[in-house]
Design a protein around this ligand. Structure first.
Ligand code: NAP
Length: 330
């Protein structure tokens, strides 16, 4: 680049452009030198960096990581939640499960004991009642003598239909799918701080991209991203060592989802057993996001580089030093 030394800035820029871009049409375009450079150096370097990132960024999951750990799974009477309880039991964890149906939970707990859980309990109740949500965490903590992992999974599925001004459906979705998640995490935080624990937040592709016919559900899942991704940043700044994994799921073959989408939505459903395992793995490995879907490439499309850049820039604009001195940290 010595040929550019000593030129005025505009002349230097002109020369640099000529050097990189020689296009027969006279328009600015990649010249032969640039193409050769990209092919010879840049692409191989990028490939190596990507391979390094892929293979080094992920710590290997071992089922022993969960042995003796104290775990809460909500919405565990059926579907993905029940499969998570079974995986955790096989790994030798202590589990406390919850949902509304006592009979179903009793069966899940006895199966967990057969599968090898260190201990298994259930507490039945509805997540429409925030007092129940709060007391449930305290009770579960007492039963296990602490808490290492909180998996928030229960859901109120609004029926697939056009929004017909049923605002009560929106309120209910927000309460069960969002507000109760916040209440449960707030109640669990002191115990999770003590154990340097983790929170797994089960969300959906519908919480990343808008989906017609399920506006209330989609809104509640978007809210999870907004809230939990924000407090993850607060934890980083205030050095709270509790990880938050937002789990973005595509269509999964649970009974409720299959019934709810039948005749309205055509898409391949991924198996709930594998999905449950991926949520546990990602949460145990403290990944910020866990993606699981029948279409593996969807996770690449859902990575939003623009959002990442904006997050990085906006985080730098806060005066953390001032805030920390006059505010109570989480
Ligand atoms: N399946 C999919 O295609 C799919 C796709 C994307 C994301 N997800 C997410 O994955 C998670 C699990 O979905 P799933 O398909 O496994 O659901 P599911 O089979 O219908 O199970 C839902 C669980 O939530 C409990 N629940 C429902 N309402 C409740 C309430 N008011 N209070 C307390 N518990 C309640 C249910 O038990 P009770 O009825 O006994 O209360 C059940 O245990 C959800 O967060 C969902 O959004 C699923």
């Amino acid at each position: 680049m010595s040929q550019f030394r000593g030129c005025c800035p505009s002349r230097r820029l002109q020369k640099a452009l000529q050097f990189l871009s020689v296009c027969p049409t006279g328009l600015l375009g990649p010249g032969p030198f640039l193409m050769a450079f990209l092919k010879k150096y840049l692409l191989p370097i990028l490939m190596v960096l990507l391979a390094y990132y892929y293979y080094s960024a992920h710590e290997e999951f071992r089922p022993e990581m969960l042995r003796g750990k104290k775990v809460i799974v909500t919405g565990a009477s059926k579907g993905i939640g029940r499969e998570m309880a079974y995986h955790l039991a096989k790994m030798g964890a202590h589990v406390v499960v919850t949902s509304r149906s006592k009979e179903a939970l009793q069966k899940v707990v006895s199966r967990c004991s057969e599968l090898g859980a260190a201990s298994a309990h259930y507490i039945a109740g509805t997540m429409e009642d925030m007092n129940f949500a709060e007391q449930f965490v305290a009770e579960a903590g007492k039963l296990m003598g602490g808490l290492d992992m909180l998996i928030l999974n229960h859901v109120f599925y609004s029926p697939m239909t056009f929004f017909n001004r049923d605002t009560d459906m929106v309120r209910r979705s927000m309460e069960v799918n969002f507000h109760s998640f916040v209440v449960l995490s707030a109640a669990a935080l002191p115990m999770l701080k003590q154990s340097n624990g983790s929170i797994g937040v089960v969300s959906s592709v519908a919480g990343k991209i808008p989906h017609p016919l399920i506006a209330p559900y989609s809104a509640s899942k978007f809210a999870l991203d907004g809230f939990f991704s924000s407090i993850r940043k607060e934890f980083a700044v205030t050095r709270v060592n509790v990880s938050i994994s937002l789990c973005i799921l595509g269509l999964i073959d649970t009974e409720t989802a299959m019934k709810g989408t039948s005749g309205v939505y055509e898409g391949y459903a991924a198996p709930k057993e594998e999905c449950a395992l991926e949520i546990i793995k990602g949460t145990a490995l403290r990944q910020e996001e866990v993606h699981y879907s029948y279409m593996p490439w969807s996770s690449i499309l859902l990575q939003n580089p623009g959002r990442k850049v904006m997050e990085f820039l906006s985080t730098r604009m806060f005066r953390w030093d001032k805030l920390k001195s006059n505010q109570k940290s989480p």
